[in-house]
Write a protein that binds this ligand. Sequence first.
Ligand SMILES: *[C@@H]1O[C@H](CO)[C@@H](O)[C@H](O)[C@H]1NC(C)=O
Ligand SMILES: *[C@@H]1O[C@H](CO)[C@@H](O)[C@H](O)[C@H]1NC(C)=O
Ligand SMILES: *[C@@H]1O[C@H](CO)[C@@H](O)[C@H](O)[C@H]1NC(C)=O
Ligand SMILES: *[C@@H]1O[C@H](CO)[C@@H](O)[C@H](O)[C@H]1NC(C)=O
Ligand SMILES: *[C@@H]1O[C@H](CO)[C@@H](O)[C@H](O)[C@H]1NC(C)=O
Ligand SMILES: *[C@@H]1O[C@H](CO)[C@@H](O)[C@H](O)[C@H]1NC(C)=O
Ligand SMILES: *[C@@H]1O[C@H](CO)[C@@H](O)[C@H](O)[C@H]1NC(C)=O
Length: 506
Amino acid sequence: MKHFSLLFIFLVILLATSYSDAFTRNSFPKDFLFGAATSAYQWEGAVAEDGRTPSVWDTFSNSYDTGNGDVTSDGYHKYKEDVKLMATMGLESFRFSISWSRLIPNGRGLINPKGLLFYNNLIKDLKSHGIEPHVTLYHYDLPQSLEDEYGGWINRKIIEDFTAYADVCFREFGEDVKLWTTINEATIFAIGSYDQGTAPPGHCSPNKFVNCSTGNSSTEPYIAGHNILLAHASASKLYKLKYKSKQKGSIGLSIFAFGLSPYTNSKDDEIATQRAKTFLYGWMLKPLVFGDYPDEMKKTVGSRLPVFSEEESEQVKGSSDFIGIIHYTTFYVTNHQPSASLFPSMGEGFFKDMGVYIIPTGNSSFLVWEATPWGLEGILEYIKQSYNNPPVYILENGMPMVRDSTLQDTQRIEYIQAYIDAVLNAMKNGSDTRGYFVWSMVDVYEILSGYTTSFGMYHVNFSDPGRKRTPKLSASWYTGFLNGTIDVASQDTIQLWSNFSVSSSL
Ligand SMILES: *[C@@H]1O[C@H](CO)[C@@H](O)[C@H](O)[C@H]1NC(C)=O
Ligand SMILES: *[C@@H]1O[C@H](CO)[C@@H](O)[C@H](O)[C@H]1NC(C)=O
Ligand SMILES: *[C@@H]1O[C@H](CO)[C@@H](O)[C@H](O)[C@H]1NC(C)=O
Ligand SMILES: *[C@@H]1O[C@H](CO)[C@@H](O)[C@H](O)[C@H]1NC(C)=O
Ligand SMILES: *[C@@H]1O[C@H](CO)[C@@H](O)[C@H](O)[C@H]1NC(C)=O
Ligand SMILES: *[C@@H]1O[C@H](CO)[C@@H](O)[C@H](O)[C@H]1NC(C)=O
Ligand SMILES: *[C@@H]1O[C@H](CO)[C@@H](O)[C@H](O)[C@H]1NC(C)=O
């Protein structure tokens, strides 16, 4: 009898433990937003239709053999079908971006009525299905005309043009759009585009991953980063002066954030990790929250790091109502160079300045990423503690898989549910996170890998002129999660959902 009751207590504890881990949609606040994302160049296609002109991304793609976004998932023509899929899924928010050169083909001046109509139609359609639009103004696609005219983001002229473009968007769409991100993953945008040369417009110094025709990796990332912050702050100021009281929306900047963790428990690696956080998060977060760059960056980068005037500092400080986080995976950080490490060896630039080596976790590579949900939890905790706990949206998280490999993407489901759990854990400990978006809603053209990998919850047949959409298992899983019928961890979810029928395999 005594043994029985001990066993009973043991069982109760076991059950209680497993139940405390379980979660559903309803474990999150009602106004928390679960969504999915795409971006204009990656989803729309129709690059030469109805008055759109080329962006730097068109130019960049067409100079590599990774394919291009000429047609991609054809969202421009298939948006109604995609909104229906979102509605069937119970998606609460859709994050997409506006193509600047579709709306304002010369970069400034005349508005293209057909571009305006497209975004109005898309936004109205989302609203009529109860789906909250989350709009990114800039996602790697500067009108090529502005790049040609003055060099785009490395020239301060971008601030005025970006603000004028944002003004058009706020005025035309702001009645229906309450969530605006000015610039997508600003940190990795500056690094990828102006240090590594792997993102448009593809600038870098010699001896990087790619051969760039122009650039300077030790100066341009910081100049671009500075102009990004000033352009964001200028658009944000305009919104607050002219629109916010009527439209009542919020506006934020998004940064790309790897999870970062010391490679060993040595003091050196711990310090290296702090330094990596300062460079990769603090570079943009410190100005946004406190009005200036981190001291350590000022010291290391010296005169190559632009300086905020007092007025600029005031304008940048507090210019983000929320911080957008784009997060996929975690790296170990070390001060020394073991054989598997990356980056400072790649010559002058951001990583050399940062002075740490990073090492992929587990089997992560560009094609396969290991789920390291503790990495995201760490970022949210760090932002809470170091930056006054601002509102946060996880604007992208998702898992690449070899395209066309399977519709039974159980690994992706495991990945997504582990990360959603991490967000919940961070919130339980006080993080003010307000939304989570899966990248991507449907398969799209990808920035590094073209069409070789995909992240979509819907498969797109890119050989089919009709670009047929087929749900993957992850689409069914997210549907069930959003309608509250999936209770993660209280049952063998993957098992259950493996039995849920998606159309026959590929
Ligand atoms: C980049 O600029 C720095 C500072 O002006 C200079 O020392 C360096 O040589 C330049 N690098 C290239 C590749 O032009
Ligand atoms: C860059 O160009 C040089 C000289 O043409 C060539 O040897 C090298 O392989 C190229 N590197 C890359 C990454 O394409
Ligand atoms: C990592 O790779 C090793 C060797 O290829 C393999 O045995 C292991 O299952 C992989 N782990 C994961 C989580 O994929
Ligand atoms: C939870 O928050 C407290 C207070 O900010 C912090 O000290 C603690 O380390 C956090 N716990 C975790 C697991 O992050
Ligand atoms: C994709 O579409 C092409 C052309 O319609 C078709 O031949 C092919 O079977 C489709 N592939 C899949 C995996 O459905
Ligand atoms: C919830 O979603 C699943 C699909 O994943 C569906 O089978 C089920 O009928 C939905 N339940 C409700 C109550 O909407
Ligand atoms: C899933 O299907 C398998 C066989 O098709 C069956 O053995 C198993 O019990 C099912 N699992 C659930 C959770 O329904």
